[in-house]
Ligand binder design. Structure first.
Ligand code: PSV
Ligand code: MN
Length: 426
């Protein structure tokens, strides 16, 4: 399934008049406030978010999994799905592979397909949280932290293999997320587990090409429920620092205990030049992996406020690897991803509207009320016409969800692939 230029033009005919009216009204208002509207639109168009190769099929819980039918059953089809997303939204120009779920069988063919759809290969993810059929060692009691050297060596080698796969595709970062930890008090020696992890990561780091980054992801619990070796940003940062300059912390929004101040974490990591990657999702309770912006859109905006500040003021921090890390239990995965992409762009656009100079003055004056007015003034602006304009300029559609439905894409995929196909992933 490919969305044609003609279909995009047809789809845009419908809403164009409305869009032009709304855009002119907003552009006028923002220009009067001293904002450069063209710059805002082009920054939105530049902001690309990777789609993980494991998120194109239905997600599930340990209680069940309900398919949406027509799921991609190989990497080629997954790239096709991202191509659909990208042609509609023009913001999903990258894929993040999870190995071994998505090892390419023909590297050149996959590269050609991705190139033709304008999709880049972003960070590659290793997987030492599941045992593989032919593996000699088991990760039941941990991988990089395991008390057994043979298990650690197997997990290190897997990460080196993942780097090698990513290298053939043009990826420039390896993301390591460990399920390592313990389920019961006394099961692990915290210090030994942490030290083993550090030593293993250093071995992986030694195999990292010069122009690559190592992204260390943290998470407080699950699948282990008493302790996790890399449970928070402090542990991740210590491990990254223990590896070297090319190692960074990766923040996944769902990997915090309730009410954590994620925007503050993001801010300080950027100050230290150590924020390397970002996984978007939303949650009510834990790592719920819900649609971005569906539960706490204001928190997302506050996080973007810090990200924008960091991008403008922290040259010591590198460009980030952005990725959606969500699971689709009750929505069509492609529709869910479209909603997430829209929420990300919306939060980004609103954060760019914050008058940083006025905020600084209000902060220096300790004018707390004014500070809040500035933030909430930006937050309350309906920025959707800016997103539409960015998509339109880049060759996408005004309304990706409407276009997806009008074009009947899920049914076309079902006809092409069959109903009961299953995508690899969790
Ligand atoms: C773990 O919960 C995680 O956030 C990591 O990024 C994994 O790679 C991904 O989800 C999929 O399991
Ligand atoms: Mn993640």
């Amino acid at each position: 399934m490919k969305v044609s230029q003609n279909q995009i033009l047809e789809s845009n005919k419908k809403g164009l008049e409305n869009h032009n009216e709304n855009f002119d009204f907003l552009a006028n208002k923002l220009t009067k406030q001293g904002k450069d509207v063209n710059e805002l639109v082009s920054k939105l168009a530049d902001f690309q978010v990777a789609i993980p190769s494991w998120a194109l099929g239905a997600g599930g819980t340990r209680f069940g999994r309900f398919s949406f039918y027509g799921e991609p059953s190989n990497l080629e089809q997954k790239i096709d799905d991202i191509g659909v997303l990208h042609s509609l939204t023009q913001t999903a120009g990258a894929v993040s592979l999870h190995i071994p779920w998505d090892i390419p069988s023909d590297y050149n063919a996959i590269k050609e397909k991705a190139d033709a759809l304008n999709i880049k290969f972003d960070a590659v993810n290793s997987n030492t949280f599941q045992d593989q059929k032919d593996a000699s060692e088991s990760y039941k009691y941990g991988s990089l932290s395991n008390t057994s050297k043979a298990v650690r060596d197997q997990a290190i080698q897997h990460n080196l293999d993942v780097i090698n796969i990513g290298n053939k595709l043009g990826s420039k970062a390896l993301t390591v997320w460990l399920a390592d930890g313990s389920c019961f008090p006394g099961q692990n020696n915290f210090q030994t587990a942490f030290q083993n992890t550090q030593d293993s990561l250093i071995d992986i780091y030694k195999g990292l090409p010069d122009d690559w980054k190592l992204l260390v992801e943290y998470k407080p619990y699950e699948p282990n429920f008493y302790s996790t070796v890399i449970q928070d940003w402090g542990a991740s940062l210590m491990l990254a620092n223990g590896c070297g300059d090319k190692a960074y912390t990766l923040v996944d929004l769902g990997h915090h205990l309730p009410n954590s101040n994620i925007e503050q974490i993001v801010s300080i990591l950027q100050l230290k030049g150590k924020l390397g990657g970002f996984h978007f999702n939303d949650s009510k309770y834990g790592d719920d992996d819900l649609t971005v912006g569906s539960i706490k859109p204001y928190a997302l905006f506050l996080i973007f406020n810090e990200l924008v500040y960091g991008m403008q003021n922290n040259p010591q921090n590198p460009d980030l690897a952005w990725m959606i890390d969500a699971s689709h239990n009750v929505k069509d995965p492609l529709e869910d991803l479209i909603q997430s992409l829209e929420a990300i762009q919306e939060a980004y656009a609103k954060a760019m509207l914050i008058d940083q100079n006025a905020l600084k003055v209000a902060q220096l004056d300790n004018d707390v009320v004014k500070c809040q007015e500035i933030l909430q003034g930006a937050y309350r602006t309906d920025v959707r016409p800016l997103l539409e304009k960015a998509r339109l300029n880049a060759g996408g559609v005004l309304s990706p969800i409407n276009a997806y439905r009008d074009l009947d894409i899920r049914n076309i995929l079902i006809t092409e692939r069959g109903k009961h196909t299953v995508a690899t992933g969790l």
